[in-house]
Structures are given as structure tokens and as C-alpha cells.
Design a protein around this ligand. Structure first.
Ligand SMILES: Cc1cc2nc3c(=O)[nH]c(=O)nc-3n(C[C@H](O)[C@H](O)[C@H](O)COP(=O)(O)O)c2cc1C
Length: 370
């Protein structure tokens, strides 16, 4: 059985161990470019012992932003700033992968009158329902993802991660909850996975055969009418066939219905409810891992002593990602690997980090340095 401290290789990428920094919006970007504080944030985390860093969501178009203080990658002039970010991580001997996203029905809007687009007209935020995308708009999004991936490569990143999770645009096409289309972009599993697969194929054409492409996908959703793990297995195989080298498997940890002027909207979160056990997504990740020939990452409250190693022992994942535990303690990876679990400054699951990034820079109630 692999140990957490064992090195790992995926498509030419060398990881010194099996712990990964999960993508996390920091709210530190300035004018859609990395600020010095953001570069220092990633440098500090690369020094903290993880084997790989997946850099936070970067918007592929100005109207695709998932929060207002996001990084952008929609024009060539944005490459130079992103290159400084990639280099800061790589200078610590850690590969840097960039996550690219389109928010779709969950794109941020200062003015609610400004429309959002999606697979269908299912609302996922307060505001008017999103407008179903036209064929031409869908083809435009495929091209925008491909151009963004090309820029990520030009910026010197070691790989790119296509965000097809968390009910952002590609996830809105995958899920039967949000995709009610009757054309070739909807309907059965093949139709619902067409956009994500076409994005991956276009990204592959843009970055060449050797550049690692990751895809973030749900292994599980706790949501009635959402996608099942059987759907996820199908999508994982379709994305592998399209050219994905690694699946970063996340999930929907909680959901509820909100109300905007009498119109319901689906509130969903990738975070497991406070107090729930760790590794909840790991069993479904293991089912997907058994059905594909590429490595998988699992995530979700995995910093409890021994838990990350247990996931590897059970064959549920090749790599284990941490998000909030790294905000609370940037040295958590080093401490887990050295068996110094007792020294970890633990996340209190208060969600102050999540609340802060809606308005500004990330905050943490148990790590005063953040
Ligand atoms: C502050 C914050 C920002 C996040 N930003 C992203 C993001 O940019 N992209 C993404 O795929 N997931 C994002 N997530 C979800 C995490 O990557 C991770 O899947 C989730 O927090 C569960 O892991 P944890 O229990 O270790 O925190 C974010 C989570 C937090 C707390």
C-alpha cells in the first residue's frame, strides 16, 4: 500500500508526496491579477510540505467570474502576472496546476439585471433565472476554455484543471437537476457530458499531448434530483476518453432551497456540514477510481489523524487534498507526514474563510496570521 509520504507521478509531473493543496479562492487578486500578498500566500503553502498546489479558480471570461475578487485568464496580457504566481510555487520544488472556471448560473453579478447563462433556466443564486445558452454561445465557451488553458501553459503552470464541479457551468450541464435541454447538449448522460468532454478535447488541442489536464468532478452529491454516483462513473470514463489525465473528485456536501422574490433557487456547497465525519466523498471516489485508468484525488475533511492514510490504504484515491486545514495551519502537510498530528492548529469549521472571500481577502478565526 502506498504511504502518504511516497512520491507520485502523473503524466511527467513529479510529486514529492501524496498530499495536495486543494483549489481555494483567496480574495487576494487585484484587478484580476495576482497581488504580492497572493504570491506570498502560495509561496508559504508550497513551503508547507504539500506535494502539489492546485491554484484557485481563475475566470475564463469577464462574465464568468464566480466571485468578485477573482483572477482572470481571458486575455494574453494576464499571462505575465500568472507566471509570477506559478514561479513562486515551483521555486519551492512543488508543481503548480491552475484551475479554470466559468460560473454560468453561479457567475457573480453586481447588478442583478445583468443576465446569467446556463444549460437551462434553473436558478442557483438570487436573481432572475439564467438564460439557456445558444449553440453559438456553447461553442464560444469551449473556445474560451481552450484559450485559457493555452495561457496557463504559457504562464509556465505544470498543468491545468478544468472545473466541472460545484454547480458551475460545466457541472450545470452534467447534472439532471440543472440540465433540462432536449438538444445534443442535454438529455441522457452522453448529452449532458458532451460540453465537459468537448472542453477537454479543445483544451488538449490547445496545450498539446504532453501537458497534464486535470478535471474537477463530483463523485457524490447529497442532492435529490442531482447526479448519481453512476452518472459520475460514466462522466469520469467519458472525460478520461476525452483526454483527462487525473480526476480531482469533490462533491456537493450540503444543499438547500433559497427564495428570491418568491422564486426558488438551489443553494449548494462543496463543504460537508459542520460536525459531519471526514472522508465522506472517499467511498464514491473509490468506485470511480476502480472504473477508470487514471489517478484520482479525494477531498473533504481529511486532516484527522490517520484518515488520509486510511483512504490510501482502502484504495479510494491516489492523492488526498486538503483545503480548510491548510488555511488554519499552512504547515499541516508537514506535520501530518511527520506524524506530528498533535501540533496541528485545527480548523474550527466556522466558515469565516468562505464568508470573507465573498467580499474581500480570506480570513481565518483560528489562524491570526490570515
Ligand atoms: C475559502 C474556500 C475557497 C474555495 N475555493 C475553491 C475553488 O476556487 N475551487 C474549487 O474547486 N473549490 C474551492 N473550494 C472547495 C475546496 O477546494 C474543498 O473542496 C472543500 O473546502 C472541502 O475540503 P476541506 O474539507 O479540506 O476544506 C474552496 C473552499 C474554501 C473553504
Amino acid at each position: 500500500m502506498p504511504r502518504l509520504s511516497d512520491p507520485f507521478q502523473v503524466k511527467g509531473l513529479q510529486l514529492r508526496n501524496r498530499l495536495v493543496m486543494a483549489p481555494m479562492v483567496t480574495g487576494l487578486a487585484q484587478d484580476f491579477a495576482p497581488s504580492q500578498a497572493q504570491i506570498e500566500w502560495y509561496r508559504q503553502h508550497a513551503r508547507g510540505g504539500v506535494g502539489m498546489v492546485v491554484v484557485e479558480s481563475v475566470a475564463i471570461a469577464p462574465d464568468a467570474m464566480i466571485l468578485s475578487r477573482l483572477l482572470g485568464i481571458w486575455e494574453d496580457g494576464q499571462v505575465a502576472g500568472l507566471r509570477r504566481l506559478a514561479r513562486a510555487i515551483q521555486a519551492e520544488g512543488v508543481p503548480a496546476v491552475l484551475q479554470i472556471v466559468h460560473g454560468g448560473a453561479r457567475a457573480v453579478r453586481e447588478d442583478l439585471a445583468q443576465e446569467r447563462v446556463s444549460a437551462s433556466d434553473v436558478a442557483l443564486l438570487p436573481g432572475p433565472r439564467p438564460r439557456p445558452m445558444t449553440e453559438a454561445e456553447i461553442l464560444g465557451v469551449i473556445d474560451a476554455f481552450a484559450q485559457a488553458a493555452r495561457r496557463a501553459r504559457e504562464a509556465g503552470f505544470d498543468g491545468v484543471e478544468v472545473h466541472a464541479a460545484h454547480y458551475y457551468l460545466l457541472s450545470q450541464f452534467l447534472s439532471p437537476y440543472t440540465n433540462k435541454r432536449a438538444d445534443r447538449w442535454g438529455g441522457d448522460r452522453a448529452g449532458r457530458s458532451r460540453l465537459a468532454a468537448e472542453v477537454v478535447k479543445a483544451v488538449r488541442r490547445a496545450v498539446g499531448p504532453d501537458f497534464p489536464i486535470f478535471c474537477r468532478l463530483h463523485s457524490m452529491e447529497s442532492l435529490e434530483g442531482g447526479m448519481s454516483t453512476e452518472d459520475a462513473v460514466y462522466f469520469a470514463q467519458a472525460l478520461e476518453a476525452a483526454g483527462v489525465d487525473l480526476l480531482d473528485l469533490s462533491g456537493i456536501g450540503s444543499s438547500s432551497l433559497g427564495d428570491w422574490q418568491g422564486q426558488p433557487f438551489l443553494n449548494s456547497s462543496s463543504l460537508l456540514p459542520k460536525g459531519s465525519p471526514g472522508a465522506v466523498f472517499a467511498p464514491s471516489a473509490g468506485r470511480i477510481r476502480a472504473a477508470v485508468g487514471i489517478p484520482v484525488i479525494t477531498v473533504g475533511k481529511l486532516s484527522e489523524p490517520g484518515l488520509a492514510q486510511e483512504v490510501l490504504d482502502r484504495g479510494q484515491a491516489d492523492l488526498v487534498a486538503l483545503a480548510r486545514p491548510l488555511i488554519a495551519d499552512p504547515l499541516v502537510a508537514e506535520k501530518l507526514l511527520a506524524g506530528r498530528d498533535g501540533e496541528i492548529n485545527r480548523c474550527g469549521e466556522c466558515l469565516a474563510c468562505f464568508a470573507a472571500i465573498r467580499k474581500g481577502p480570506i480570513r481565518c478565526s483560528v489562524n491570526a496570521a490570515v
